[in-house]
Design a protein around this ligand. Structure first.
Ligand SMILES: [Zn+2]
Length: 114
């Protein structure tokens, strides 16, 4: 039996943000870089290819891959960086923290939050 990798896709375009699980055969997925993996996930996320009672993966959806998030754009995929919107001490004043969150959605500068 072929091993399957399950990838979560946030269906933001037509699925109201619900999660679609895209199954990719491990032997196709192995030894490829993130961008090739994204292409595979996109292909396997089409209902023509892997039929589900959900919308196909489309432009605007976000693929979760190895703790990173990639948005499907018309020209391919774009890494999505989440930024912290907490109030924090910045230098001698205060303002929006704006640090890039880590893979777990945590702020590396949380100790500066107010
Ligand atoms: Zn922060």
């Amino acid at each position: 039996m072929t091993e399957i990798v399950e990838i979560e896709v946030e269906l933001l375009a037509f699925g109201n943000g619900e999660i679609r699980i895209v199954e990719v055969p491990f032997d196709e997925f192995n030894d490829t870089n993130d961008w090739d993996k994204l292409e595979l996930i996109f292909r396997y996320g089409q209902n023509d290819f892997q039929s589900r009672q959900q919308p196909s993966v489309s432009v605007g959806d976000v693929i979760r891959l190895n703790g990173k998030r990639f948005q499907v754009v018309s020209s391919g995929f774009e890494r999505k960086e989440e930024r912290c919107d907490a109030n924090a001490r910045i230098g001698t004043g205060t303002g929006m923290c704006d640090q890039i969150l880590n893979a777990h959605g945590q702020c590396p500068r949380a100790s500066n939050h107010l």
